[in-house]
Design a protein around this ligand. Structure first.
Ligand code: XUL
Length: 514
């Protein structure tokens, strides 16, 4: 038995997955849901309530309680914790945690008798963490772009200044709370913060997640001094080390022996959820694109060359298996599908039925489903728009037409905004909750005219983390791990007869969006 744990600290939950490299199986899993398991944090969707719809923060203590809880769930499920040989993890991207001078001493001496949240609370120099859903930093984006040069910033970091990215968020903290910024000695991402707690140290940030900060120079692969200076004073000294994803972050500290884990086992650098999913779905080599259908929908793929998106919506991140990956994030993912479903008074079975009853092309009916501010394209004020027949535009079309409109429009938007990557993907691997839907998978296959493949393990971010930990300890080629854990379990073929319909519709959608 060669067991490894992959943790997934995501927007709405914390999950743990245990894999056995000998059998190629996921042997156990556990999940902590912030809404049902940790209601005291009042963040059922992962963010604290705020009057300003552009502000989205979380309580980092919630993530710590979730870590304690997920390990105790694994222990209760009688997982042979003492046999676990390594741990890694995946974190929601861009979110940041601000820590004072006590942090190192506290994580270095965690006591078994108290919880993580209780012990780490005094180390927070900012009580809340801005997360990826926050869009409140447009002013800071403009300031950083002006100081560095918009084009240069994109060329060096792989992205123009982006509201949810960590650099603009740090600048806002410095501008609005200068005294607390001054007290901050360490700024971690969600991923490196969680790795720090496991390792009892200040853990490094990996190239995958580090590239989502607007601070990492992708040419030199170190923090860019000038960009850091343009972001906030003294920032570079507050950032952890930056390393390739395959590096060790630390050794598991004795605190976790209360869950039966062996102190000293390697904690491999954590990565962001999207880079981690790239590994988890077996798409670390170029040629296959991935669509992750979750709270946000993301489109990503390993890249042959680190070129950037001329429109500025797409990003370049480090690929945990080496080289780079593209990433495009659509904030209105499952949320938009849910809003349309609820608006029709339907449940998910009705939603599925609607997709099978309506026809490709939807008689030209489509929508811009920005129920919350959108990133691709950038829309700072929620706005929903309709195009098509008068009945549809007045909200009077049948539910099946409305439901097809949201799914087709989302797929067309992905096709439109992924063109800059310059690869004609013939295979798309889908993951995330909505990838279970046959109707959604068929629409993606038809819009892209590509084969859509699913893998058996739904939590690809956690799986990617577990696989990275296993590869660190047991070595071997990553493709060997893909064969064991990420083989295609189901394939959806494109309907060739729809190619022309969607080609025309894409041009119309592009004009509509413009
Ligand atoms: C990616 C992004 C989201 C989060 C979700 O840039 O912001 O996909 O990573 O956790």
């Amino acid at each position: 038995m060669k067991l490894f744990i992959g943790l997934d600290s995501s927007t709405q939950s914390m999950k743990a997955l245990v894999i056995d490299v000998d059998t190629g199986k996921v042997t156990a899993s556990a999940a902590v849901n912030f809404s049902t398991d940790l209601p005291k944090y009042r963040s059922p969707n992962g963010a604290l309530p705020n009057k300003d719809p552009l502000v989205k923060h979380s309580n980092p203590l919630m993530w710590l309680d979730a870590m304690d809880l997920v390990f105790s769930k694994l222990k209760k499920a009688k997982v042979p914790m003492g046999k676990v040989m390594g741990i890694s993890g995946s974190g929601q991207q861009h979110g940041s945690v601000y820590l004072n001078s006590k942090f190192l001493e506290i994580v270095g001496g965690l006591k078994n008798s108290k919880s993580l949240a209780e012990q780490i609370k005094p180390a927070l120099s900012r009580q809340t963490s801005p997360i990826w859903m926050d869009s409140s930093t447009s002013a800071e984006c403009k300031e950083i772009s002006k100081a560095v040069g918009a084009k240069k910033l994109q060329e060096l970091t792989g992205s123009p200044a982006i509201e949810r990215f960590t650099g603009p968020q740090i600048r806002k903290f410095w501008k609005t709370e200068p005294a607390n910024y001054e007290k901050t000695e360490y700024i971690h991402l969600v991923s490196s913060f969680m790795a720090s707690v496991l390792g009892g140290c200040s853990a490094p940030i990996d190239y995958g997640d580090g590239a989502g900060m607007n601070l990492l120079n992708l040419k030199t692969l170190v923090w860019d001094k000038k960009i850091c200076e343009a972001t906030a004073p003294g920032l570079i000294e507050k950032l952890p080390a930056i390393v390739p994803s395959r590096k060790i972050a630390g050794r598991l500290c004795s605190y976790f022996s209360k869950y039966g884990l062996k102190p000293g086992i390697p904690v491999i650098a954590w990565s962001g959820d999207n880079p981690s999913s790239l590994v988890g779905v077996g798409a670390g080599e170029s040629g296959t694109a991935v669509i992750s259908l979750g709270t946000s929908d993301t489109f990503f793929a390993a890249m042959d060359s680190a070129h950037t998106d001329p429109k500025g919506y797409g990003h370049v991140f480090g690929n945990p298996t080496g080289g780079f990956m593209s990433l495009i994030c659509f904030k209105n993912g499952s949320l938009a599908r849910e809003k349309v479903k609820d608006g029709c008074g339907a449940d998910w079975n009705d939603f599925e039925k609607a997709l099978s009853e309506s026809t490709p092309g939807n008689d030209g009916n489509m929508m811009l489903p920005y129920f919350v501010p959108e990133t691709t394209p950038l829309v700072l004020k929620a706005a929903v728009r309709y195009s098509g027949t008068p009945a549809f535009c007045k909200g009077k079309a049948p539910a099946s037409v409305k439901i097809r409109a949201v799914v087709e429009s989302q797929a067309l938007s992905m096709k439109l905004h992924s063109a800059w990557i310059g690869q004609d993907f013939k295979c798309i691997r889908v993951t995330g909750g909505a990838s279970k839907s046959p109707g959604i998978c068929q629409i993606i296959a038809d819009v892209f005219q590509a084969r859509v493949e699913k893998i058996a393990v739904p939590d690809s971010a956690g799986l990617g983390a577990a696989v990275r930990a296993a590869q660190y300890v047991c070595s071997g080629k990553i493709t060997g791990y893909y064969a064991k854990f990420a083989a295609a379990s189901e394939t959806v073929k494109p309907d060739k007869s729809t190619a022309g319909i969607y080609k025309k519709m894409l041009a119309k959608f592009a004009a509509f969006e413009k």
